[in-house]
Write a protein that binds this ligand. Sequence first.
Ligand code: CTP
Ligand code: MG
Length: 176
Amino acid sequence: MNEYILLLLQSLWLILPAYVANPVPVVAGGKAPIDFGKKFSDGRPILGPGKTWRGSAAGITAGTLVACIQILIGEHYGLSSHGFVEMSVTLGLLLSTGAIVGDLVESFFKRRIGFKRGQNLFLADQLDFLIGALLFASLEITISIPVLIVLFVLTPVIHRLTNIFAYKRGLKSVPW
Ligand code: CTP
Ligand code: MG
């Protein structure tokens, strides 16, 4: 197989739980906000109403379930001998939780600079969950530079395309 295609597949394989965890809250979001509707010392919401307990829990659960399926697929096809990361429940949990937390941290900073819920902060909306997922995952595994490059280039593109799709389907009120 072409080495670049292999690298692309290895990168997507690693990040898949985070790619699943990130959009699930859009369809599974609940009412109760993580910040309990409380304001920060600047008088603005801590995170805002777009970050809910149910959405976050659903995202983490879905991402970890995908990792469980990856464990079975990886074992069945012996993928780790082809340079694919060996998925584990711990890694799936780290990637999914990191993705959700990365998005929460971004919302925290968006509120601090006065951005309202759903207001687009260029590239931050695309990369927040990726950075969170990679930081959390690095507690468990070492991620190669080529994989990092692929993910940082590819993620904004995929993210943008899926959000335009979600917007057109009426799942999101804004196309980002
Ligand atoms: N969502 C959720 N819990 C999360 C993240 C998202 O319930 N942890 C749901 C909310 O219904 C949210 C929707 O998914 O409105 C879209 O998520 P996102 O685009 O990240 O939130 P925004 O509404 O754009 O809010 P923010 O400006 O804080 O990013
Ligand atoms: Mg957002």
